[in-house]
Design a protein around this ligand. Structure first.
Ligand code: VGL
Ligand code: ZN
Length: 198
């Protein structure tokens, strides 16, 4: 059995009615709550941006949401303003059993850099601290669920596999944004990285 359940960004802004709503984002919550009972450790992640975050289209004059820009660390999608620190949109979905979490890790709080992965920011170098937390608790087998499959879940799975964790993504308990084929692209990358898709 796996050691740790990592629940990625099950927050209001990624659920129907939210600022960056993922279709069916709320439909996975009940199943995630049930799955928590099977794990020694439950970790939640929370996308947590300051108001001046550089991933927000409205912080780039004239830019449309879902367009691309070049950041010093590489290409970056410009998103609608979402998951602003302390806002209702940044809160966990109210039905998510967040009381069960041993650890809540926040990411994307530096204005100049986005962070899809729960392990590294989008420069693929700056750590969030999650690797150290898992290793110091001896948690090596990970199951990932949450939002969105093709961004934060996918990049977290790729980084976890590269760091040597044994990684399974519960595809039935994830939902995707699917921007210009991003879901199919991420599925291919996860398979190539040895991530188990369940
Ligand atoms: C996410 C886009 C921007 C995600 C977060 O949780 O997948 N996607 N911020
Ligand atoms: Zn974000």
């Amino acid at each position: 059995m796996a050691d740790a359940l990592i629940v990625i960004d099950v927050q209001n802004d990624f659920c129907p009615g939210g600022a960056l709503a993922v279709a069916g984002g709320d439909a996975i919550v009940a199943g995630i709550n049930v799955l928590m009972a099977d794990f020694n450790a439950v970790v939640l992640t929370q996308d947590w941006h300051p108001a001046d975050h550089s991933s927000f289209a409205d912080n780039h004059s004239g830019a449309e949401p879902f367009s691309m820009v070049d950041m010093p660390y590489g290409p970056q999608v410009l998103w609608p303003r979402h998951c602003v620190q302390g806002s209702n949109g940044a809160a966990f979905h109210e039905a998510l059993n967040s009381n069960r979490a041993d650890m809540i890790i926040r990411k994307g709080f530096r204005p100049q850099i986005d962070s899809y992965s729960a392990f590294f920011e989008n420069d693929h170098k700056t750590p969030t601290g999650l690797e150290g937390y898992l290793r110091s608790r001896g948690l090596t087998k990970l199951v990932l669920t949450g939002l969105a499959t093709d961004f934060c879940v996918g990049f977290s799975a790729l980084d976890a596999a590269a760091l040597g964790f044994e990684v399974t993504v519960r595809m039935d308990l994830c939902r995707a944004i699917d921007l210009n084929g991003s879901l199919a692209g991420m599925v291919d990358k996860m398979k190539a990285a040895g991530v188990a898709l369940a």
